[in-house]
Design a protein. Structure first.
Length: 302
């Protein structure tokens, strides 16, 4: 596949996979606790990346995890801990709200990343501030009914907190991928998230084997397809691609989340909530339109 085709097709496939993964998470939440779903899905994601790294190592003639080990270990621990917190907040929240709303609220991390960058001395462009204003307006429409009644649920709050933690995760990814291999870091962060989530699950949820078997397909989809394959597709799509084009296409994840929720789970939002989602999608697009040539901002592992 030539680079021009690759930068269009692969990001679209990736966004579709990440968006539809919210449906898998919603289905998994019906039978599994958040910690159990998280450690099982990321176990498969880590295994998928281990297989990828093994094949890549044979092709390149070097062993995985053999270079920059201190940076790998530090990055894996920091990124994995943030990923575990964000993923468990998201998984718990998805169980209490719709897949579509969860997808759009999670996408706020794209708006929050440049804002958090202020603390690192980075300049925030005017379009980012416009995007923030539009996102706040969209979140308001998702949170309050026409009569002023609060419709922002506990699940929505958990997903909003998840977006904030994902923002910190992305900043960590941006830092550590400059020091070590990105795929190796991803594999280690999954391993850390598995260990921490499994520990929490053992304390609060146990190991419900029957429920895990019942949720086998959602776990497989969220772990291997979304966590392993889609992450790799993202990396491949960025190679020789225009960062602005790839980034905009990946932001369609929230749209595909709403579409998948409507088609598969028959979820329905009010007209006001759909308009709020549309505003949030506009905010996501706004903050990425004048993207500089070069590195893409970090992307959450989903």
């Amino acid at each position: 596949m030539n680079p021009k085709t690759r930068q269009i097709v692969l990001p679209l496939i990736t966004a579709l996979i990440w968006g539809s993964a919210f449906v898998a998470q919603k289905s998994g939440a019906e039978v599994l606790g958040a910690f159990t779903f998280t450690w099982t899905r990321y176990s498969l994601a880590a295994l998928a990346l281990v297989c990828f790294l093994t094949l890549r190592g044979k092709h390149e003639g070097k062993k995985p995890f053999s270079e920059n080990r201190p940076a790998l270990l530090r990055g894996g621990l920091v990124m994995g801990t943030l990923l575990a917190v964000a993923s468990n907040l998201q998984q718990y929240g998805v169980g209490l709200t719709t897949a579509g709303k969860a997808g759009f609220i999670t996408a706020l991390y794209i708006v929050l990343v440049p804002l958090f960058g202020l603390f690192l001395g980075k300049r925030v462009r005017a379009l980012v501030w416009c995007g923030v204003a539009v996102a706040v307006a969209g979140l308001y429409l998702l949170s309050f009914a026409a009569g002023g009644e609060m419709t922002f649920t506990t699940g929505d709050l958990c997903v909003l907190l998840c977006a904030i933690v994902f923002t910190l995760h992305i900043l960590a990814v941006d830092h550590y991928t400059k020091l070590a291999d990105a795929v190796e870091l991803a594999c280690l962060q999954f391993a850390v998230a598995v260990a921490e989530s499994l520990l929490c699950a053992l304390v609060t949820e146990g190991v419900p084997l029957d429920a895990i078997r019942a949720a086998a397909f959602p776990i497989f989809y969220a772990g291997v397809i979304s966590g392993g394959i889609a992450y790799t597709l993202q990396i491949v799509s960025q190679k020789d691609g225009d960062p602005a084009v790839v980034s905009l296409l990946l932001s369609l994840e929230s749209f595909f989340a709403a579409l998948s929720g409507a088609i598969i789970l028959h979820e329905r939002l009010t007209l006001r909530e759909y308009f709020g989602c549309a505003l949030m999608l506009c905010a996501v697009v706004l903050v990425q339109l004048p993207e500089k040539k070069g590195r893409l901002p970090g992307k959450k592992a989903s």
